[in-house]
Design a protein around this ligand. Structure first.
Ligand code: ATP
Length: 357
């Protein structure tokens, strides 16, 4: 990935009638970067991708590529390959003809086309499938063909619109890895739309979290996970426990019977805040002399494969909080349902968001 900017969006807006699907979206994407637009259904991620692809014109704003305004550039003059959720292969064409489709319109000679198709099929792990028809392939294989087709003209930008969401979990996980490796190898700038946080966390160099037509946060997967800027991001990417609290005169966070030390010292007296902590950051302890201790009761234990999730009932709270521990830790603690436990909500693991719900 280089530092050179490949694509810039400036104040992009999209209206459908009186409904504003995108509000002033500004963003820059570096050459070779893998960017994920992540957000819940209806947040505007596909609308934004369609504007970048040139399939829709924005109501306002500008899209530029390498410093050149391409907002109104017709699709056929854009240098991108696109893969949609549904495989969108031509059912009556062979795999080879599907892949070569863009090359034909570029008037590439037949022998070069054949060589390119062969090379692309090897790249996506489907060597020898030239003469098959799409219906003879599995969903994952069809999506590989769609990927090969999108890459056939060696585009500068690869656009992926939920390319894995129609596949079953195993194939999805496998293809996720393959696409990521292929993208790194080719160094092609890539934008992928997804509502799957795991997909975004594992594949992206940069995640753009969207909600209601705005960008909530832009950052690397690590930044987004460790330092979410809003409760929405905190909850949408990974899992989070929330406690409503008020700041005391001495700067503690008061939530029911809890008085927690805050990692922030800029909070105002009586300010309403939401205190958040990830399930894996809660510690089980026997030491009641350390700070930020809570007494709780285990109300449920859930086996999650490599770890165990316990639901902990705090004395004066209706909804339990989630705490995750490894299997080793579980063996050491021997937790059981109904057991009383002492936990620490470590000060440096708390996230503080201004305002009540
Ligand atoms: P999903 O994951 O469900 O595809 P999304 O985040 O991609 O969601 P968009 O498809 O971009 O969301 O849609 C954003 C909003 O704009 C939605 O409320 C949608 O109903 C609306 N919308 C999208 N396309 C049109 C259209 N052509 N006409 C009218 N409204 C539209």
């Amino acid at each position: 990935m280089s530092n050179k900017t490949y694509l810039t969006l400036e104040n992009v807006q999209q209206f459908f009638g009186s409904y504003q699907a995108l509000k002033d979206i500004s963003l820059s994407i570096a050459e070779g970067e893998f960017v994920c637009f992540l957000g819940p259904s209806g947040c505007g991620k596909t609308s934004l991708l369609r504007i970048i692809a040139g399939l829709d014109l924005p109501t306002g704003g500008m899209v530029s590529q390498a410093g050149k305004d391409i907002t109104y550039l017709p699709v056929k003059h854009r240098d991108f390959g696109i893969v949609f959720q549904s495989y969108a292969l031509f059912p009556n064409l062979t795999v080879a003809d599907n892949i070569a489709y863009g090359l034909v319109s570029q008037r590439i000679p037949a022998n070069q086309r054949r060589a390119r198709v062969k090379e692309l099929l090897a790249t996506v792990g489907l060597s020898g499938s030239e003469e098959k028809f799409p219906m003879q392939l599995s969903g994952g294989q069809q999506q590989r063909v769609a990927l090969a087709r999108a890459l056939a003209t060696s585009p500068g930008l690869l656009l992926l619109d939920e390319p894995l969401s129609a596949l079953d979990a195993r194939v999805r996980a496998h293809l996720r890895q393959e696409i990521k490796q292929l993208q790194e190898k080719l160094g092609v700038t890539t934008i992928m739309v997804t509502h799957d946080q795991e997909e975004a966390l594992t594949m992206a160099d940069k995640i753009v979290v969207m909600n209601h037509g705005v960008i909530e946060q832009v950052g690397s997967p690590q930044e987004i996970y460790a330092n979410p800027k809003s409760p929405f991001v905190a909850e949408f990417v990974g899992e989070m426990n929330f406690l409503e609290a008020q700041v005391t005169q001495s700067g503690l966070l008061n939530s029911g019977s809890l008085h927690l030390r805050s990692p922030k010292n800029t909070l105002a007296y009586e300010q309403a805040v939401r205190v958040a902590i990830r399930p894996e950051d809660i510690r089980f302890t026997a030491d009641t002399n350390i700070g930020n201790i809570v007494n709780a009761r285990v109300v449920h234990l859930e086996f999650l494969g490599s770890r165990v999730r316990s639901l902990l009932q705090l004395d004066d709270r209706e909804t339990p909080i989630m705490a995750d521990i490894s299997m080793n830790e579980m063996a050491r603690l021997e937790l059981s349902q109904g057991q009383k436990v002492v936990c620490q909500l470590p000060q440096d693991r708390l996230h503080i968001f201004a305002g009540a719900v």
